[in-house]
Write a protein that binds this ligand. Structure first.
Ligand code: PLP
Length: 393
């Protein structure tokens, strides 16, 4: 996306994040000193996950554009860029405003913009981003809103058509891409740069064979749509897929240019249940303290306001419990808002014990946390904000 020369910077040029992170002088140095519940990212695991993704992307000739909704952290996004990511993906304009500080060369807003207010804010935001920006579109009304805002600002907006590869959420069927492309091409101020999809239905896969089929379907869907666009004379340089389970599943990616996994950076119990990760690769956990014990149970200081209530994604229930400590063999059986209840028939846990739970869904849990301790073994290295916390606009 480009804007006219006369564009003025706006208030969004200096985003202020709602940071609850501690300052360097008050940062506890040792893991044991962290008050709980403590959201913790293990740096060696994070680095290994980023390196693994870079290897997969390189082998397949893909650019990596990680979805930052997983952590919404400038500090982690910078690490992703340093590990080879070509750009970043965001869902919300708030995320775009916050993640600009990561100084990525380019951003994709992979979420429909349909109102005039959002389209205007998008163009305003662009004026403070010295980076390329692409925006997803899946309907003519959204295209009209973007076109109007672009023309008003003297800007050109790069758009990607979102393809539904089977999730049944946003996106047009691959066979309808050409019709939407024709509508987009009639709109001044828009430049059609390609297609993208998110195979979130991979989270419904019952086994590895189904996951492989979905990964193939994801690639086939955008390949087909790109072919339709090229047949109309649209160059279609971007052919983008993206979900963690499909990215971590070997598949023929001929003709795909880009992958946008998000969760891969942290991983969680959902990815373990899908068979694409092990618990010892999960980089994110929450340390809790046992605050009460009773017959057959221990109660910790993390409930649904810490862990969320996800037990799977996209409408399916995949998991038992709400988090697990693999080292201590503890499972969060049920949650109330402020309490997590661990089944403890043998009475192994005592008041004051610290348990470290891998959450079901790292993205939701990090969002609730508002900040993240970056740690290396027993050493606390940093405390970084979740820079665009909450649901976001
Ligand atoms: C459009 C889009 N792209 C990429 C992703 C990343 O997928 P995952 O969370 O499986 O890594 C998501 C996840 O919600 C998404 O909605």
């Amino acid at each position: 996306m480009t804007v006219g020369q006369d564009a003025e910077p706006t208030d969004e040029g200096n985003p202020t994040s709602v940071s609850v992170a501690t300052t360097a002088s008050t940062l506890p140095r040792r893991l044991v000193e962290l008050d709980t519940p403590a959201p913790v990212v293990e740096l060696p695991r994070l680095n290994a996950n980023l390196a693994r993704a870079a290897t997969i992307a390189d082998a397949a000739g893909l650019s990596l554009r990680p979805h930052t909704k997983t952590h919404k952290s400038v500090a982690i996004a910078r690490r992703q860029l340093a590990a080879g990511a070509a750009g970043l993906t965001v869902s919300k304009l708030d995320e775009l405003a916050a993640l600009r500080a990561a100084d990525a060369p380019s951003y994709l807003l992979a979420y429909p913009v349909v109102t005039r207010a959002k389209a205007t804010r998008l163009v305003d935001l662009l004026q403070s981003i010295p980076a390329d920006l692409q925006v997803g579109v899946d309907n003519p009304a959204g295209a009209a809103a973007l076109s109007d805002a672009a023309q008003y600002a003297g800007a050109t907006i790069d758009v990607l058509i979102e393809i539904d590869s089977g999730l049944g959420r946003c996106g047009v069927p691959p066979a309808a891409a050409a019709d939407l492309a024709a509508a987009l091409l009639r709109r001044p101020g828009l430049r059609l740069s390609g297609v993208f999809t998110h195979a979130g239905h991979a989270y419904r896969a019952r086994d590895g064979a189904e996951l492989s089929r979905i990964a193939q379907q994801e690639a086939d869907a955008v390949r087909y749509a790109a072919g339709q666009l090229r047949a109309m004379g649209v160059a279609c340089p971007v052919v983008s897929v993206g979900s963690t389970p499909t990215f971590l599943t070997p598949v023929d990616r001929t003709g795909i240019t880009e992958a946008r996994p998000g969760n891969y950076a942290l991983l969680d119990r959902t990815q373990v249940a899908l068979g694409v990760a092990n618990l010892d690769q999960c980089a994110f956990s929450v340390i809790c303290t046992v605050v009460s014990t009773g017959p057959g149970r221990a109660v910790v200081d993390g409930g649904s306001k810490v862990f969320g209530l996800d037990q799977g994604a996209h409408g399916v229930s995949l998991l038992d419990g709400y988090g697990e400590d693999p080292e201590r063999g503890a499972m969060l059986s049920w949650l109330s808002e402020e309490h997590g209840v661990v089944a403890d028939p043998a009475g192994r846990f005592e008041v004051g014990d610290r348990l470290r739970f891998v959450p079901n869904h790292a993205c939701a849990t990090a969002n609730l946390a508002g900040h993240l301790y970056l740690v290396d073994g027993e050493t606390v290295v940093d405390d970084v904000p979740v820079d665009a916390p909450g649901g976001g606009r």
